[in-house]
Design a protein. Structure first.
Lengths: 334, 393
């Protein structure tokens, strides 16, 4: 009963969204500038990119081995996990410098903020745990034991479920955010790196770097319903290593970063078919959309740059040099 | 409504099955020879639990995963003394476990494989690098996790050729396994276009590896031994017996780099390997064992993880089911080498990249760029399908 109601609601909501987007597109104002923060794993810096001029406007010194990076909900701060310093540093966006740090548990790699931006869930790779942190109180609220080498983190659109992927256990753990207990474990292909929900909660996608696939999981049934694989002529399948996933808000198009294949796959997120491969920089890792979804930026580890993809045209339009081994990225309104 | 009901029933079934059954026990044996292998360098002396420590870590990793799947892994360690009969011990161990990780010399490994053939226990060779075990002496009940001599030699040769160090002075020890390594290096030179300009043999005349004024003597001996060589780019040493190779670097008559058994060494693993998430397993290993992780540790870890991986994919601890999965086309395992590792179906050898290390750092990882193959670039290392002499029964 409830499920059906929900679908109706969604249907209406989707229509509204489409209408809204169309109206907004028609207005066609020039692209407003956003700022992108890129963590450079080897340089121990964060590059700040202005999306109007597509230039690096500032390079901020941070702690050792910065990887996971995300804006706070109010856009005033950026959290960056500095794994080898066992903490999460806080960058003040106005000052463009590190002003604070949060407790994180050992070796934080990726993390997720809840919808209100009050609770932080951190994957601690060395400890087989997910640490829960109250951002305001700067206090550790608890820990959840997960599989070996936790990495990918995603929160369901309704906030009820946290997904954590564990790289050597090869699972997506479904964690109830209220009870903070694992409620399901879904086996996926080898070395799951990243998880991404569709906004309507109908699917969660998990990339498997070594397995070479993206598993599409039904969050209600908690089972894999489809596996997306990738074939690029002239490339051995071992070189195709999916990591970052970017999904448009309408749930229609997804982009998957394929690591050393140096390509981003464009996937029809409804039919789950790959429609195109975009050549970007070397060892493409994570992806981030500008908030207007006009552009998708990619971090390219080995070539030390960021590629800019025009989302509508599905074309790479720009390359920006950043620090060494760019890893993660977050974009917001300045 | 119906959908909700079905979902609810599904959930409750899932919940009860997790709560109810006792965990599936999956026993893995570890069979090795007691005693410490000789090494020239004091810092490379293997620990007593070399290999075993890797298997123990994999059991922990398997159990972390196993707790979500109701599987529990155990390890039974058996160390053979000199006079103990390997066949009998292996057969007894096979009574209790469906899987045995073996760190045994080639002849012992074959005896063990023959002794357990009828029992359905799978042998995972973590220690022996002999090509013949994968070729004329291959067995259907043995999976090879250790790389072969020819894979190691090819990995080194690809790098030396890429570096344009194509003229080799080959120095060979006088023991049998040194000669086997030299054979693999000659084959590699021919395959990848290097030229062996001269071969020399370093006779093992006996003597101690530890002495009080060793360095002075070696400093006189090695320059003389390496003088009057034809023009060469790199000295390649075949000394698995650890008699002389580590004395070569910085002491050759001509200022040339050393590779093979010393200098730039091909290996399946090294404590300096930190790429592809490897820092995580290095940390886990050090925490558990209070030492650094060796190649043998990694080979044993990989062997036990392969069993764990197959058990979680098949949701079974049955040796036949797990073995079949390992041999099947869906099997692959992640082992911090930057790509998935799979089995060569013609001889059950694990495909794997090979690290080239200088003792302190990983210098490169083979296969090198540009060495192409129609199936897998990893098959440019070692004996490929068309050349194999293996007939699996």
């Amino acid at each position: 009963m409830q499920a059906e109601l929900k679908e109706d609601e969604l249907h209406i909501w989707r229509h509204c969204l489409l209408f809204g987007m169309a109206a907004w597109l028609a207005a066609a104002t020039p692209a407003s500038a956003f700022i992108a923060y890129v963590s450079n794993e080897k340089s121990n810096t964060v590059s700040v990119i202005d999306t109007n001029s597509w230039t690096v406007t500032k390079t901020i010194k941070v702690g050792q081995r910065p990887r996971g990076i995300e804006f706070t909900r109010d856009g005033k701060f950026v959290f960056v996990a500095v794994g080898d310093d066992d903490s999460i540093q806080v960058i003040d966006v106005a000052k463009q410098e590190v002003v604070d740090s949060l407790p994180s548990g050992p070796d934080p790699e990726l993390f997720a903020l809840d919808a209100d931006g009050k609770i932080l869930y951190v994957a601690n790779e060395n400890d087989n745990t997910v640490t829960i942190i109250d951002v305001e109180k700067r206090a550790r609220l608890g820990e959840i034991q997960v599989g070996v080498e936790p990495e990918g983190m995603a929160i369901s659109p309704d906030g009820k479920i946290l997904i954590n992927t564990s790289e050597t256990t090869n699972m997506a753990h479904f964690i109830d955010t209220t009870t903070r207990e694992i409620v399901a474990n879904v086996l996926v292909d080898a070395r799951p790196r990243f998880a991404e929900f569709k906004r309507d909660n109908s699917e969660v996608w998990v990339s498997s770097e070594i397995g070479g696939t993206v598993s599409v999981i039904d969050p209600a049934k908690r089972e894999v319903t489809k596996k997306i694989s990738f074939e690029i002529p002239g490339l051995r399948s071992e070189a195709i290593q999916p990591v970052g996933i970017g999904m448009t808000k309408d749930g229609k198009t997804a982009f998957v970063a394929l690591g050393p294949a140096n390509r981003v796959a464009v996937v029809d997120a409804v039919s789950h078919k790959v429609t195109k491969y975009l050549l970007v920089g070397q060892r493409v890792w994570h992806l981030a959309f500008t908030p207007d979804e006009k552009y998708l930026l990619t971090t390219n580890g080995v070539s030390n740059d960021v590629s800019v993809i025009d989302v509508a045209a599905q074309k790479v339009i720009k390359t920006i040099q950043v620090g060494e081994l760019p890893w993660g990225m977050t974009i917001a309104q300045p | 409504m119906i959908r909700c009901l079905v979902a609810a029933i599904g959930l409750s079934i899932a919940a009860t099955s997790v709560l109810a059954a006792a965990p599936i026990e999956i026993g893995i044996g570890y069979l090795g020879r007691a005693g410490i292998k000789a090494k020239l360098s004091l810092v490379e002396l293997p620990a007593e639990n070399d290999g075993l420590a890797g298997a123990r870590l994999a059991i922990e990793d398997n159990n972390t995963t196993g707790k979500f799947l109701n599987q529990r892994f155990t390890l039974e360690e058996v160390r053979l003394k000199d006079d103990e009969d390997v066949a009998k011990t292996a057969a007894a161990l096979a009574e209790r476990t469906g899987f045995i990780i073996a760190d045994l010399p080639a002849d012992d490994l074959l005896k063990a494989a023959n002794a357990i053939r009828e029992r359905g226990t799978l042998l995972l060779n973590a220690g022996a690098i002999d090509d013949r075990l994968r070729e004329q002496d291959c067995r259907g009940n043995v999976i090879h996790v250790a790389p072969t001599r020819s894979m190691l030699a090819d990995a080194l040769a690809q790098y030396l050729v890429w570096k344009q160090w194509k003229r080799w002075l080959l120095v060979i020890g006088s023991h049998d396994q040194d000669k086997l390594y030299a054979d693999a290096l000659r084959r590699a030179a021919t395959r990848f276009g290097a030229k062996i300009v001269q071969e020399r043999t370093f006779e093992d005349t006996g003597g101690a590896r530890r002495t009080d004024s060793g360095v002075t003597l070696i400093q006189r001996q090695i320059p003389v031994f390496t003088q009057q060589a034809p023009a060469y780019d790199v000295l390649v040493a075949a000394d698995e017996s650890e008699v002389f190779a580590s004395y070569l670097p910085y002491r050759t008559w001509d200022p040339r780099p050393v590779a093979g058994s010393a200098g730039l060494v091909p290996t399946s693993w090294h404590a300096a390997q930190d790429q592809w998430g490897a820092i995580q397993i290095q940390n886990r290993f050090a925490k558990l064992n209070s030492r650094q992780m060796t190649a043998l540790d990694m080979q044993a870890w990989t062997a036990a993880r392969m069993v764990g991986e197959a058990a979680s994919r098949t949701k079974s601890g049955d040796p036949k089911v797990v073995s079949d999965f390992l041999r099947g086309k869906d099997f692959s395992v992640a082992a911090f080498k930057g790509r998935r590792l799979t089995l060569r179906d013609w001889n059950l050898q694990l495909r794997q990249p090979i690290l080239l290390v200088d003792g302190r750092m990983v210098v490169s990882v083979s296969p090198q760029e540009g060495f192409l193959h129609q199936v897998s670039e990893l098959d440019t290392l070692g004996v490929d399908r068309p050349e194999t002499k293996c007939k699996l029964n």
